[in-house]
Design a protein around this ligand. Structure first.
Ligand code: C2E
Ligand code: MG
Ligand code: MG
Ligand code: MG
Length: 276
């Protein structure tokens, strides 16, 4: 910033900042305050075992409880966090919330599913961010698993971080599988235990033979590599049935439940044997 004398005194400004940049800066400031002020909320969506409809695990999905704008979805702020070094504090807040939620479920019902947390590439390839989240993940490895997108499999730092996590006993899934750049060589060498097939291949599975062919071959490859397969974005019983027929063992989607506040999932763990 440069300070410049005006008639009214000294004003601090930077003449290189245009309106969108100023907007971005204020958005970053607002997000930083929101994280520090506890405005982030974590919702949970079940992953269901297709054979019996039981809850296998849940995915933690962050939301921003904004005082004026209501519940803001992650698509509207996670990228900004990744670009502004706020992703570290954001992720720590999500990890703490997830660990606390697991303990609350456990206390209430005597049983609680594992919680999968989304970890951005930035948290793995930036040493400072990684150091902070690594300890949390290792401490909570009996409770949490990690989801990374294929982009995290490509860079050396991130691959090293994933290998390190695996050595520490932290389980890892590849999220949005099929939409990124993962090559088969990466899969062969990486310590991941699960592939989550992206919604793009699942959405129209019941009417698209080509999507069925893709899912079938992913299942075959995954079994050969001893990987678990999850289908994302299941919205109907027809699609669930097709997935079952193709040998997919678990799935996630609005058909069973949208992401909801943790307390709302309690009945599914306490007694109720299945969602459907
Ligand atoms: P993702 O990890 O692939 O999460 C799945 C997204 O699909 C979620 O969107 C979920 O609500 C949505 N979804 C689940 N089932 C269905 C369905 O049947 N139909 C449709 N149309 N959508 C379904 P959400 O919660 O808006 O999250 C979007 C993305 O934001 C996530 O994609 C993830 O990449 C990112 N994200 C969410 N929480 C976090 C977080 O704590 N940290 C980081 N780094 N990223 C996060
Ligand atoms: Mg995910
Ligand atoms: Mg996904
Ligand atoms: Mg996604």
């Amino acid at each position: 910033y440069r300070a410049k004398s005006t008639g009214a005194g000294w004003a601090v400004y930077d003449e290189r900042l245009d309106a969108p940049q100023l907007h971005r800066l204020s958005a970053i400031g607002e997000l930083r305050a929101a994280i520090a002020g506890g405005q982030l909320e974590v919702h949970y969506q079940p992953l269901v075992t297709l054979a019996d409809g039981g809850v296998r695990s849940v995915e933690a999905l962050v939301r921003w409880r904004h005082p004026e704008r209501g519940l803001v979805p992650p698509d509207q702020f996670v990228e900004l966090a990744e670009q502004s070094r706020l992703i570290g504090p954001l992720t720590l807040a999500v990890l703490d919330a997830a660990v606390a939620q697991h303990a609350a479920w456990q206390a209430a019902t005597g049983t609680a599913p594992r919680i999968a947390v989304n970890i951005s590439l930035r948290c793995l390839d930036d040493p400072q961010s990684y150091a902070a989240i690594r300890q949390r993940l290792v401490d909570a490895r009996d409770v949490l698993t990690v989801e990374v997108t294929e982009s995290a499999l490509a860079g050396d730092e991130a691959r090293q971080a994933l290998l390190d996590l695996a050595q520490q006993g932290v389980a890892c899934s590849v999220d949005d599988f099929g939409t990124g750049y993962a090559s088969l060589a990466y899969l062969r060498d990486l310590p991941v235990s699960e592939l989550k097939i992206d919604r793009a291949f699942v959405r129209e599975l019941h009417v698209r033979a080509r999507d069925q062919a893709i899912v079938r071959s992913v299942v075959q490859m995954a079994h050969a590599l001893d990987l678990h397969v999850v289908a994302e974005g299941v919205e109907s019983s027809e699609i669930a049935a097709v997935l079952r027929g193709l040998g997919v063992s678990s799935a996630q989607g609005y058909y069973w439940s949208r992401p909801v506040e943790g307390a709302l999932l309690l009945p599914w763990f306490a007694g109720a044997p299945s969602l459907r």
